[in-house]
Design a protein around this ligand. Sequence first.
Ligand code: PAF
Length: 270
Amino acid sequence: MRAACRALRKAGKRLGFVPTMGALHDGHFSLVRAARNSCEGVAVSIFVNPTQFGPNEDLAKYPRTFDRDREMLKKEGINLLFAPSAEEMYPPGGVTWVTVEGLSEKLDGRSRPGHFRGVTTIIAKLFHIIEPDVAFFGQKDAAQLAVIRQMARNLNFAVEIVACPIVREPDGLAMSSRNRYLDPAQRKQALILHRSLTRVKALWEAGERDAARLAAAGKEEIQKESAVRLDYFEIVNPDTLDAISTASDGALVAVAAFVGSTRLIDNILL
Ligand code: PAF
């Protein structure tokens, strides 16, 4: 993979990279298209990274649709697909981790201890193998984005990190590989995440700037769907992930909630 990536870059192609865990949907394809629009070469990885899953999380049942994903990526016209095995990425003896301290314990990191250490370790490994000029990540994983940006800065990776907007279903549900766990009733209940964000946005547009009051309104909306269990609803600085008291332009409103046993996340930038 490293040789193939270097050959592309040697041929003068700016190399764009889209890391994924497969089970691809239109959110992923928007990243691939953004990469194709700004880079002459595009590499995609499909790797369900075991180290970012907690012991009671969904690693074993995470959707794996490799043949379909590969066909669709071929149609998108990518140059390289990297789909290593867990044994190749984590051979015995691996004792080195990449940890972004502080940021990794906020939002999803607080609810999923060790999750971001797994993400930053695999992304650092993939960056070393692929050596991309640009890497594309979805805004849906807003905390992941902040953590990866910080890692790339701190470790001097020569890669530009580009965030792409959330892609939604027509009814507002943010696209996610985990949406396929939802049964039809849960699929409807899941819409409350987007509705809670829409309510906050409407209040903000009407002039409310008090972050506590805005967050309270978002939480109140989530409570209307009794089958949905809130994990967090926070208004934070999108770079530091620290809570803010006044919701200024660009503040991140982020929500995570369980619909049945499926944990979903969504967010907006004010
Ligand atoms: O967002 C994801 O799909 C994963 O966290 C990533 C960035 C591919 C790392 O495994």
